[in-house]
Design a protein around this ligand. Structure first.
Ligand SMILES: Cc1ncc(COP(=O)(O)O)c(C=O)c1O
Length: 286
């Protein structure tokens, strides 16, 4: 991994999924009464972990379901310890640009650890060069995972990359055997298997275009996505989830993300996508 990403071994920490790294960052940097800044519709685990460590989560409005980096900067106080940018974000599938990130990184104060969660990074056509922030020794931790493009979510292996001073602290907070040998073997194989990654990206690109086209034809509002899922407005999200589940198609209701009218649909094989759309049409009477 160090060779592939052009960093040193001391700049990498493995986790039992990148989820665990979010927890390690909490162990390392959060105390009761601290603040964590996130976007209002960011991946929910940031808030769960903040709560676990007694920190307060400041959820910054994200117009159009896109992170508003200027507003997130403005939300930073002397009590802010961590700030999360999910790029692309789950569940919205939206991104922030390299220019916006550069502007943000130039202004963010030193007492804040910036976590760039790049779980879906490999699905981007033009991924931002965020590794440069690590090379520059910025106060930043990149999160990546083998759960998404490599499809190894069940193995539980993800990683953090950052300046050695930060990563050294994270190593002190982890259990000694947190990333198991089978997962590491799978990760190394997955990293080398570019053909599989390319095929997965292609299937995802085609499937996402298909789903978004079909939502458009059905007159459903959706959020154009850069990840391997699409957020679509269906009315009562919990009801649609239940009815689709009854037909053997699992989508994700979004009430816990304060989006009760929406469901998030993961891109599958084309056969699965077609079955999903046919099921959704039947339920919505389209
Ligand atoms: C934005 C984001 N970050 C991190 C994760 C955690 O993934 P894992 O723990 O499987 O690496 C997820 C999983 O859904 C995610 O959507």
């Amino acid at each position: 991994m160090a060779n592939k990403f052009g960093v040193t071994l001391g700049q990498i920490v493995l986790g039992n999924g990148s989820n665990e790294i979010i927890e390690l960052i909490g162990h390392a940097f959060l105390r009761e009464g601290d603040q964590v800044v996130t976007a209002e519709h960011a991946f929910v685990v940031y808030k769960l972990m903040a709560t676990l460590f007694g920190a307060e989560t400041i959820e910054v409005p994200d117009p159009g379901l896109v992170h508003d980096l200027d507003a997130m900067l403005a939300a930073i106080t002397p009590r802010t310890r961590e700030l999360f940018i999910a790029n692309p974000n789950n569940p919205t599938g939206t991104v922030v640009s390299m220019e916006a990130l550069d502007r943000f990184m130039d202004k963010v104060p030193d007492h804040v650890v910036v976590v760039l969660d790049e779980a879906y990074y490999e699905f981007l056509d033009n991924p931002p060069d965020t590794m440069k922030y690590v090379r520059e020794g910025r106060n930043v931790i990149l999160l990546r995972t083998f759960s998404k493009i490599q499809g190894l979510a069940g193995l539980r292996i993800g990683y953090g990359i950052g300046p050695e001073e930060l990563i050294t602290v994270l190593h002190k907070t982890r259990q000694p055997f947190n990333a198991n040998a089978i997962a590491q073997a799978g990760a190394v194989a997955g990293l080398a298997d570019e053909e599989h990654q390319n095929r997965t990206k292609q299937i995802t690109d085609e499937g996402r275009t298909y789903l978004q086209d079909e939502f458009g034809k059905m007159g459903l509002e959706f959020v154009p996505s850069y990840a391997n899922f699409v957020l679509v407005k269906v009315g009562d999200g919990n009801l649609v989830f239940q009815k689709m589940l009854d037909k053997g198609v699992i989508v994700r209701a979004m009430a816990e993300y304060k989006l009760p009218d929406w469901v998030r649909i993961s891109v599958g094989t084309m056969e699965q996508n077609q079955r999903c759309i046919a099921t959704l049409k039947g339920i919505l009477g389209k």
